[in-house]
Design a protein around this ligand. Structure first.
Ligand SMILES: [Fe+2]
Ligand SMILES: [Fe+2]
Length: 296
């Protein structure tokens, strides 16, 4: 896992080359960026995500750590979208963000917002109160960085950030689905179709099995956004668009890697923590003397 992290960070050296060699017509530019994703940012791709690769090595506590941290991130992601919305001026982009936010607020999920589905679902289906636990310092720091990334009124850069965010979302929810299912399995719970948690997951990625043809979710967000941006990207602003895309992808990839390591540390720290030592004789004597004095 650590090795992956180094490899992803090293991709920064390739950014200049990418900016030069990427084809500049919008559609080809996006295809090129998506094509590069698995080699440049393996953790954002489902099959090479470090948690998916090592899923069976995560204990119940480590999975709980991941679930709490992801809940914090995704809660904040809604606010990141609002940050982007207030800084958007391109009419179609504004429209697309509004459509996306309406979905977040429950337009396709019985009027229940996605975050309520997640929080209440985790409580009812998994016995986890993600509302009451704060995320790790690692994820809080990452969220801060993400907020600053989204607080940008250069719409080309912002469009790159948003498109990358949607481009990685489908795989992200597939990773989350794996984590939640594994946690349910290890704690003796069954995954119930139609439960709040399954609605939350399937609302984003579609059912794991079965017909998916009328399904939109994250894939729909990506396509909607791709088309909404299309008419605004020009030879003047395409480099900033690409920079935004790369910046977001890099941050997400490095977070996944660090998160995977941090969750494993939950157990490793448990193994490395020494047993509490016997209280040394001299300390016990001082204590006994003090006690004897108070009782006399
Ligand atoms: Fe959502
Ligand atoms: Fe989305």
């Amino acid at each position: 896992m650590m090795n992956h992290q180094y490899q992803t960070a090293a991709q920064v050296d390739r950014f200049d080359t990418i900016l030069q060699e990427v084809p500049k017509p919008y559609e080809q530019c996006i295809s090129y960026l998506l094509e590069k994703m698995p080699t440049m940012f393996p953790p954002v791709v489902f099959a090479t995500n470090p948690i998916v690769l090592h899923l069976n090595q995560f204990s119940t506590d480590a999975l709980k750590y991941l679930i709490y941290d992801y809940a914090h991130f995704t809660t904040q992601a809604l606010h990141m979208f609002f940050e982007a919305r207030v800084r958007s001026y391109w009419p179609k982009l504004v429209e697309e963000i509004d459509r996306n936010l309406a979905e977040e607020l429950g337009s396709k999920s019985h009027g229940i917002s996605h975050l309520e589905l997640l929080r209440l679902g985790h409580r009812l289906d998994l016995g986890l109160n993600v509302d009451g636990v704060s995320a790790s310092a690692l994820t809080r720091g990452f969220v801060e960085e993400m907020h600053s990334l989204f607080r940008c009124n250069d719409n080309a850069y912002l469009a790159g950030i948003l498109l990358a965010f949607e481009a990685v979302a489908l795989d992200e929810f597939r990773v989350v689905s794996k984590i939640l299912r594994r946690y349910a399995e290890l704690t003796g719970r069954s995954w119930v179709t139609g439960s709040l948690t399954s609605l939350y997951v399937e609302g984003h990625v579609g059912p794991e099995t079965g017909v998916q043809s009328d399904y939109e979710g994250e894939a729909g967000h990506y396509l909607g956004l791709r088309d909404a941006i299309k008419g605004e990207i020009t030879v003047e602003n395409i480099s900033r668009f690409i920079q935004g895309f790369l910046a977001l992808s890099l941050k997400m990839a490095i977070w996944w890697e660090r998160l995977a390591v941090a969750a494993r540390l939950v157990e490793i720290e448990g193994i490395l923590t020494p047993e509490p030592v016997e209280i040394p004789e001299i300390v016990q004597r001082v204590h006994r003397a003090a006690m004897a004095q108070t009782s006399s």
